[in-house]
Ligand binder design. Structure first.
Ligand SMILES: NC(=O)c1ccc[n+]([C@@H]2O[C@H](COP(=O)([O-])OP(=O)(O)OC[C@H]3O[C@@H](n4cnc5c(N)ncnc54)[C@H](OP(=O)(O)O)[C@@H]3O)[C@@H](O)[C@H]2O)c1
Length: 253
């Protein structure tokens, strides 16, 4: 059975991936939808034309991760697509944010994403796809969003390296690096500090980010950045020394 595993499917970008894949011409027999909120996953499963298994898991818990590994061992599906969207960010000064929330970001955004990818690879064959949600925050250190930006730099670096390693197996990895997207992400992110005004004006929809990501994945591109602004930001972060950009950021604050 060909399946697509989507983490973070209960809202935002993950949910949008499920909806667009459901409507598109993909050879998927069943979706495995993962997140903590069971009711949201069941609601989404009802809206899909494809069969869908709802798997309520807290991916920061080892027992829940083991549950997923056991399910893979039992069902031995062909994982045609793995889409890692579970993640969160908390804005604010590092020293002022509860340390469990900071470590939680590393646990979910980095450790869980890595573990799931490792667990799924034995079930992936030629022409399968992995899509990892990084962020444009990965391009540059971000004071006021320090751990989140660092966690996304990890996702980007890991995904680029994995993309090269898996090329010989013809498994294609795409790191998705959007700027601000209109989702529930900011409900949690703004617990300690507000989003910069510039980010609010540059928000895009999850629909456009997912459309671009699926196109990039179909074209075997290792990176998907949606919007000219984010492409320009990536270029700037590549060519201008980070010390200078950080200094400029200090002045506009
Ligand atoms: N929105 C943005 O501006 C933006 C920009 C760049 C990158 N991203 C990245 O895109 C990804 C999706 O974010 P989003 O914007 O769609 O935000 P979102 O709507 O808040 O979705 C986050 C998803 O992660 C799941 N999740 C959170 N904690 C979890 C846990 N412990 N175990 C399993 N699942 C968990 C949530 O489900 P439950 O609460 O039900 O568990 C939810 O489905 C994230 O990795 C985020 O960092 C977002």
């Amino acid at each position: 059975m060909n399946i697509a595993i989507i983490t973070g499917a209960s809202s935002g970008i993950g949910k949008e991936f499920a909806l667009q894949l459901d409507a598109g011409l993909y050879t998927i027999d069943e979706f495995w939808l993962i997140a903590r909120r069971k009711d949201r996953l069941e609601e989404l499963a009802c809206d899909l034309d494809h069969m869908a298994k709802t798997i309520p898991l807290d991916l920061t818990q080892e027992a829940d991760m083991e549950h997923l590994r056991a399910l893979l061992r039992k069902e031995r599906p062909a994982v045609r697509m793995l889409i890692n969207c579970s993640g969160y960010g908390i804005m604010g000064q590092f020293s002022e944010i509860d340390s469990r929330e900071q470590i939680g970001m590393i646990d979910l955004n980095c450790r869980a994403l890595t573990e799931i990818t490792h667990a799924c690879l034995p079930y992936m064959k030629k022409n399968s796809r992995i899509i990892q949600l990084a962020s444009s925050a990965a391009f540059l250190p971000q004071p006021g969003f320090a751990v989140y930006a660092a966690s996304k730099s990890y996702v980007l670096s890991f995904s680029r390296a994995l993309s090269e390693e898996l090329r010989s197996r013809k498994i294609y990895v795409t790191a998705v690096c959007p700027g601000p997207v209109q989702t529930e992400f900011f409900d949690r992110a703004e617990k300690y500090a507000a989003t910069l005004a510039i980010k609010k004006y540059t928000m895009v929809t999850p629909q456009s980010v997912v459309r671009a990501a699926l196109t990039a994945s179909a074209r075997k591109c290792p990176l998907s950045t949606y919007s000219p602004l984010i492409k320009a930001f990536r270029l700037l972060a590549k060519v201008i020394p980070h010390t200078l950009i950080l200094k400029a950021m200090r002045l506009v604050k």
